[in-house]
Design a protein around this ligand. Sequence first.
Ligand SMILES: [Zn+2]
Length: 296
Amino acid sequence: MIPTWLQNDYQSLVTLGANQQLHHGLLLLGNHGVGSFDLAQQVAFDLLCLTNAMQACGHCKACLLNQSQTHPDYLLIEPDKETISVEQVRAISDFFVTSASYQGNKVVIIKNAESLTLSASNALLKTLEEPNKSRYLILLANNSAALPATILSRCFKKQLTVEHQQAKSFIAGLGIDINAPWVSAFLDKPNTLALWQQQDRITVIESLYAMAMKNDIHACHKQLLELFNQNPDYIDIFVQFYAQKLQSELLGNTLDIKRYQEKSQALLSFADKFKEVKGLNLSLQLNQLLKKLSYL
Ligand SMILES: [Zn+2]
């Protein structure tokens, strides 16, 4: 389903599609949690519908196959572990050159396009430079800075954003208190909240926020370590909450700029190190971070 805040973007793509003007390479830019995959998938289903009306009818053979996620003319590419390899991109060219099973279009969606390796990006250029009729490639990425300029210049780009009032209604509809202080950090990615709600993770997020706000953060080592080991995604969320706290302390003049910078730096390098260094001693690193945050 297309979220309310993406309806206008969706309609403009539908109009282009209906007028046979949809670009063969479409790049949707937006935060994780903005709903870009839902949008991409709906456009793909519209393109594949046998009515050719650029609107999935929901009843034809193609629509039924899409609903059961078995349409042979639709391909979804996701990072294998952390990257999208050149072999995965070659599979796209092979997919595009063979004829469509249902006479119409063929569509590929690439999730997390920033995970394309350099050689995979180069291989993808060929597909973008020599478009085949009735073949559509939809790339999803967080931000354009992480993509090679050569890819960017060959795609039709669409920046997806969230209108905060619409996001608030949506979040309230999930049964989450929109006045809870931690919620404001997620107004740009409401779908992330919906996912957490589904996975019963809201109380964990609330406890991460509560810990970030504590003055004796050092005492939370054991609890944080347990959560970070459970799910590394919690690290970024905690870092985001703590950065928010540092900012408000700086603005409230309870933290001077030098200590603000030192603490922010410690936070960011903790998060980066975790992503870059395999086999990191998380307990030790966390201990060092919490010491810096408490005593700097
Ligand atoms: Zn249909």
